[in-house]
Design a protein around this ligand. Structure first.
Ligand SMILES: *Cc1c(COP(=O)(O)O)cnc(C)c1O
Length: 341
């Protein structure tokens, strides 16, 4: 298979249309068998549930080439499970886990020419998503749905090294207690756009959201979970029922404990105690970990000991170990690496 002629190392994070996408329709209470399609456009009724009441959920994962030339994805079973949880919360039908993994496999295989070569730092981003496709005007779930997977090649997240970022404590809330913060739904992103545009205008890379009820506890950013490191090297991550359960964060905590012998803790983290930590990072599929050097809380600066030049030592070890596992340099726990071909 001949790779596409792209400047892999200089790709950004934007949509580039690839050859095939997966499509399955839900009608009369059942999913059809699904297929790969060539048309990147979708024609829907003007009153489709997704347009009127935002009934849509999504996932995000990556396919990449390992050192020994295999195309793989990382823990797609967890994306499948999370998408089922998201769908249920929005009264949408579950797309079965085995079928999800098979659909990811088929879609990546069909676009193998778009999977960036090893060493480029680029990956093929995989976006499974589902939406209400039948007309809805009275507020209710749609009767018909479409599940799709699109893929698009994306560049290395850190061009020229991972420089720590500065973020701000947001004046907006991301998720209500008992709301939808724990599911991966477009609605959580639509309402975060104003907050992120505002933060960018003020010169910050991201927002730190606090718990909406008391505004004293750390939740997450718009699209990544927090990890912190204590003075004595313990890895701490905030616990809350309104945080999206990041697969990267769960994997990093496992790596911290099982590979690096570090103590880990998932617990409530107050904004007040944040200055006591020595390192801070944001975790998600895109970057794995982005180091945070500074948090600004209404003019008050929290500067981490790891500084503004490079990742802190513990964050770096976590990053190197997890990316080593992903790239096949370090032996992976059973079931973490899903080989496509
Ligand atoms: C997707 C997402 C994350 C990161 O999850 P990963 O599974 O690690 O990619 C974190 N927070 C939010 C709000 C997200 O939507």
């Amino acid at each position: 298979m001949e790779k596409k002629n792209l400047d892999w190392s200089n790709l950004g994070f934007q949509y580039i249309q690839t050859d095939k996408r997966y499509v399955s329709n839900y009608k009369n209470g059942a999913w059809d068998e699904g297929c790969l399609a060539s048309d990147a456009n979708i024609v829907l009724n003007e009153c489709a549930g997704v347009f009127q009441y935002a009934q849509t959920v999504f996932e995000g994962l990556k396919a990449y080439t390992t050192e020994d030339g295999k195309i793989v994805t990382f823990r797609p079973d967890l994306n499948a499970e999370r998408m089922i949880d998201s769908a249920k919360r929005l009264e949408m039908p579950a797309f079965p886990k085995e079928r999800f993994i098979d659909a990811v496999t088929q879609t990546v295989k069909a676009n193998a020419a778009w999977v960036p070569p090893f060493g480029s730092g680029a990956t093929l981003y995989i976006r499974p998503y589902m939406f209400g496709s039948s007309p809805v005007i009275g507020v209710s779930p749609a009767e018909e749905y479409q599940f799709r997977i699109l893929t698009t090649p994306v560049g290395p997240y850190f061009k020229g090294g991972a420089k720590p970022i500065t973020i701000k404590v947001s004046d907006f809330d991301r998720a209500a207690p008992h709301g939808t913060g724990h599911i991966k739904a477009g609605l959580n992103y639509a309402m975060s756009l104003h907050a992120i545009v505002t933060a960018h205008e003020e010169g910050y890379a991201e927002n730190m959201y606090l718990d909406a009820a008391t505004r004293t506890k750390v939740e997450e950013t718009g699209g990544a979970n927090f990890i912190f490191v204590t003075k004595d090297g313990k890895v701490v991550t905030p616990k809350s029922s309104s945080i999206l359960p990041s697969i990267t964060r769960r994997s990093l905590l496992y790596v911290a404990k099982e590979y690096l012998g570090l103590e880990t803790e998932e617990r409530e983290v107050t904004l007040e105690e944040v200055p006591e930590f020595t390192e801070c990072g944001l975790c998600g599929t895109a970057a794995v970990v982005s180091p945070v050097g500074k948090i600004v809380d209404h003019g008050k600066e929290i500067c981490f000991a790891s500084g503004m030049e490079e990742m802190g030592p513990v964050t770096k070890k976590l990053y190197d170990t997890l990316t080593g596992i992903q790239m096949g340099r370090i032996e992976a726990p059973e079931g973490w690496i899903h080989v496509i071909e």
